[in-house]
Write a protein that binds this ligand. Structure first.
Ligand code: FES
Length: 231
């Protein structure tokens, strides 16, 4: 884990929500599914978790900033605002090198957190399908988009699936996925569980607790990405 300073370069609208371009030291750039904690000073009591939407290292030389989303981006952030960053934190997605067909599936949430997987997947030469019912903007022409109503078909097609869901909706969606009776066809599936992560594991506050087959886990450090089979 590293600490450092970043700066808000621009605020933008993406996928129907606010996002920020933040210039960020390269060693702080989180992998897909990992996060940074950002605050106005190095001891901010309630830091903001930031998720990177374009984590590809090959664009470092092209642009000194990355696109991040938070829930929500603080109102007082403006171009030029300096922020203190800590991270990368948590366990992110691990795209299997052998997967040739990848599905990115936003279960009733913004698709933005899964965007960080697009470039690594395309650079592996795999076919990518994004499944969501939300607006997706500025998407590569190489990515196919399907609605959630096509979930069953996409799961039959995919070799690896990355899901994103809120903790509140997790149980309902896991039951629905099991009801499709097709999860066993996937070689591998991981799921990002959205919870508040106020302390990032430092104070062991327990706010991010998630029930898994092996007991309670902390989304801030054991996740936020878990193997779907663990739930
Ligand atoms: S956010 Fe405090 S333990 Fe996870």
């Amino acid at each position: 884990m590293h600490t450092g300073k970043g700066q808000v370069a621009e605020l933008i609208l993406l996928d129907g929500g606010r996002a920020a371009r933040i210039s960020c030291p390269v060693d702080l750039i989180p992998a897909p599914g990992q996060y940074l904690l950002a605050g106005d000073d190095s001891n901010a009591p309630l830091p903001v978790p930031l998720y990177c939407m374009d984590s590809a290292p090959d664009s470092v030389a092209v642009a000194p900033w990355r696109h991040f989303i938070a829930s929500p981006i603080p109102d007082h952030w403006a171009p030029g605002t300096e922020i203190y960053l800590r991270g990368p934190l948590g366990n992110g997605f691990k795209l299997p090198a052998s997967a040739r067909k990848v599905a990115l599936i936003a279960l009733g949430v913004s698709p933005s957190r899964l965007r960080g997987l697009i470039r690594p997947a395309l650079s592996q030469g795999v076919a990518v399908v994004f499944v969501c019912d939300s607006q997706l903007e500025n998407l590569s022409d190489d990515v196919e988009v399907q609605p959630l109503s096509a979930l069953g078909e996409v799961i039959v097609w995919a070799e690896y699936a990355a899901f994103d869901v809120t903790r509140e909706d997790l149980t309902g969606w896991v039951e629905r996925l099991r009801g499709l009776n097709q999860l066993s066809l996937l070689k591998e599936a991981q799921i990002f569980i959205q919870t508040p992560i106020p302390c990032g594991g430092v104070a062991e506050c327990g706010v991010c607790a998630v029930v898994t087959k092996s007991g309670w886990k902390m989304a801030c450090k054991d996740g936020p990405v878990f193997a779907l089979g663990e739930l």
